[in-house]
Ligand binder design. Structure first.
Ligand SMILES: Nc1nc2c(ncn2[C@@H]2O[C@H](COP(=O)(O)OP(=O)(O)OP(=O)(O)O)[C@@H](O)[C@H]2O)c(=O)[nH]1
Ligand SMILES: [Mg+2]
Length: 211
């Protein structure tokens, strides 16, 4: 299994991309609240890979459940709308947000794929500008799509699947992040409670001693 997460501003087409790829449905969507995922099995280099594709809300007020689900991702698709410059300029925010919260082992080598969606509409972000951003951000793969009509969608997810599979192969099974501070929902160890528990253990041992 390989885990993929789609990030990007509100309304850029994340849910439509996932619905189109996983279910062949490019129809109407509602603004995503919270998170959800869809699965699809694809064949990469003769091997079947189950892609678990996580959808997220672009509107930050809906992200209050936290970002713990970023953890364990094998590839992240940064999505923007080619007709909306603000959504393009926010790619850096989403990339940093992902790296901060997912805390992957080798952040410099973590595979991101960039998707410019809605190329059927009037474009304000030139392809060359987007490609330059990808080059400046570690040579990221770039795809353009029309989620509603399925144009370019398969190519986007096949490349994402390939990168996710390769990343999953590299990940140490026993990897534990060195910092839990960024993980929403992470267990917080209360130092005092831990010290009290140790004291209690010592007392019990003393009681048992017959000497
Ligand atoms: N013209 C056009 N419209 C699209 C395309 N992709 C998505 N849309 C439309 O854009 C709107 C938003 O799409 P969603 O997939 O819900 O966007 P989202 O990124 O999931 O939005 P949030 O869940 O709010 O973050 C919907 O009305 C879609 O039908 C596209 O490629 N071209
Ligand atoms: Mg959505």
């Amino acid at each position: 299994m390989a885990k993929v997460v789609l990030l990007g501003d509100i309304n850029v087409g994340k849910t439509t991309l996932i619905n189109q790829f996983a279910s062949g449905d490019g129809g109407k969507t509602q603004a995503t609240v919270g998170t959800d995922f869809k699965s699809k099995t694809i064949t990469i280099d003769g091997t079947q890979v189950n892609l678990q594709i996580w959808d997220t809300a672009g509107q930050e007020k809906h992200t209050s459940i936290g970002f713990a689900f970023y953890r364990g991702s094998n590839c992240c698709i940064l999505t923007y709308d080619v007709g909306n410059n603000e959504s393009f300029e926010r790619l850096s925010f989403w990339k940093k947000n992902f790296l901060d919260q997912a805390a992957p082992q080798n952040p410099d080598q973590f595979p991101f794929v960039v998707c410019g969606n809605k190329t059927d509409k009037e474009r304000v972000v030139a392809r060359e500008v987007a490609e330059k951003w990808c080059a400046d951000n570690g040579g990221l793969s770039y795809f353009e799509t029309v989620a509603t009509t399925n144009e370019g969608v398969n190519a986007l997810f096949m490349e994402t699947g390939k990168k996710a599979k390769a990343q999953a192969g590299k990940q140490d099974d026993d990897f534990m992040p060195t910092s839990l501070s960024g993980a929403a929902g992470a267990i917080k160890i209360d130092a005092k409670a831990e010290a009290d528990a140790e004291e209690e253990q010592k007392k019990k041992k003393k009681k048992k001693c017959k000497c």
